[in-house]
Design a binder for this molecule. Structure first.
Ligand SMILES: Cc1ncc(COP(=O)(O)O)c(C=O)c1O
Length: 422
């Protein structure tokens, strides 16, 4: 039997993806300032960024980065355990632990590496890893890497999660969930999941990549918002590359958790530490995220504004109270067409298609940030209503959930932005 050509096999997968309208297209942003980016020479209002608090371009972060680079150099030069662990890393870990009210925190170079490291360290072959179906890819991959039995429950279905935990009563068990789901903006039922884990003797892990900085007292995340501590959620992971505007991630929990990860998490041990200057930038971000509450307040206003405006225009919404406000359109081709129409109108909102989201649930993933203005949100809604109206064949069949909407009636009419991007 002839050995298959790996590159040919890859090319065939690529061609298949192209046939399904599912190719990811790489585009280069040539300028970025606040909520505006330049793509292919055109300025667009960016509704695709995870920089929820508007910190990535904040001068305090740039100053901290530049100052620390002059003092510490650019690279950490080694792994944490081999001389790469510098004073800024130590200070950042202490401040992250204090912010999230956990005894200790441990830095990783990215969220992906943090999740792989945690899951491959805690789980062994034969253990059960129970996960929400809509969890981020790196949580799923972590369970597979660990050789655990991966069981996935329907989105936010606590009863199903509890049933899955009960299937392997004698195995080690970890339930892992996103705190805020990256493509849906929904928030996990953390208190109920914590109760289910306690009842089953399982450990709960929360990936709060999209909750940190946005939810909870002083932006300390979804777990703080749910009033849960280290007992309820022993493993808390969050990233620094979204609301904190930098790069990297951390895991926070007990002394035993962090000591163990420091020894055994291969994605922490066998990799170069983050640049110390980046740790200094993250410390500056943490202070702003924590104490400039107006950024979260503004986000909340924009989220309400977006949802009211969408309802007024008959645009179906997902059940999200977070800055991630997807508009599910169904077919991939339709999502691409709506995204193109939005771009023509001056807005960057990428189409997210399978396999990133389930089959038949392609969407526009709209994200709001503290840098947007209400007029920009209004203009986006107008353009969205027009774009959806132009290809009305596949509207989202799910009902609009207004359970969390304020009682005030929607504003009549749309406010036009004076300055349209060229
Ligand atoms: C829920 C979630 N977890 C983890 C990650 C990975 O984090 P990072 O980009 O730092 O690798 C992401 C996104 O990138 C995410 O959305």
């Amino acid at each position: 039997m002839a050995r298959p050509s790996l590159l040919q096999r890859l090319a065939e997968r690529h061609a298949q993806r192209a046939r399904g309208d599912l190719l990811r297209r790489l585009r280069t942003v040539t300028q970025a300032e606040a909520a505006r980016i330049v793509l292919d020479g055109r300025e667009l209002i960016n509704f695709a960024s995870n920089d929820y608090l508007g910190l990535a371009g904040h001068p305090a972060l740039a100053d901290a980065l530049a100052g620390a680079a002059l003092r510490w150099g650019v690279g950490a030069t080694a792994a944490h355990g081999l001389g790469g662990h510098r004073a800024p890393h130590a200070a950042l870990e202490a401040e992250l632990a204090e912010w999230t009210q956990r005894p200790r925190a441990l830095l990783f170079s990215s969220g992906w590496m943090a999740n792989l490291g945690v899951l491959a360290t805690l789980l062994e072959a034969g253990d059960a890893c129970v996960q929400d179906k809509l969890n981020h890819a790196c949580l799923l991959d972590g369970a597979t890497l660990a050789g655990a039995t991966l069981r996935r429950y329907p989105h936010r279905d606590v009863a199903a999660a509890a049933r899955q935990l009960a299937l392997d009563p004698d195995a080690g068990a970890l339930l892992a969930t996103d705190g805020v789901f990256s493509m849906d903006g929904t928030v996990a039922p953390l208190r109920e999941l914590a109760d289910a884990c306690t009842a089953a003797g399982a450990t709960l892990m929360v990936d709060d990549a999209h909750g940190i900085g946005v939810l909870g007292h002083e932006g300390a995340g979804s777990v703080r918002e749910a009033g849960l501590g280290v007992d309820g959620v022993p493993v808390y992971m969050a990233t620094l590359g979204k609301a904190l505007g930098t790069l990297g991630a951390f895991v926070a929990g007990s002394e035993a958790l962090v000591d163990g990860l420091r020894q055994f998490a291969r994605t922490h041990v066998f990799t170069t530490a983050l640049p110390p200057a980046l740790a200094e930038a993250a410390r500056a971000a943490l202070r702003i995220a924590r104490f400039e509450a107006w950024r979260r307040d503004k986000l909340a206003v924009l989220v309400r504004h977006f949802r009211r405006g969408a309802v007024a225009r008959g645009i179906a919404l997902a059940d999200s109270r977070t800055p991630i406000q997807p508009v599910v359109v169904g077919a991939s081709a339709r999502a691409v067409a709506v995204a193109a129409a939005l771009e023509a109108a001056g807005f960057h909102v990428p189409a997210v298609r399978p396999p990133t989201v389930p089959e038949g649930a392609a969407r526009l993933r709209i994200t709001l940030t503290a840098l947007h203005g209400e007029a920009e949100v209004e203009a986006l809604l107008d353009a969205l209503a027009r774009a959806l109206g132009q290809s009305p064949d596949a509207t989202d069949p799910r009902p609009v959930d207004l359970a969390r909407e304020p009682r005030r009636p929607p504003r009549a009419g749309a406010v036009r932005v004076r300055r349209r991007p060229s």
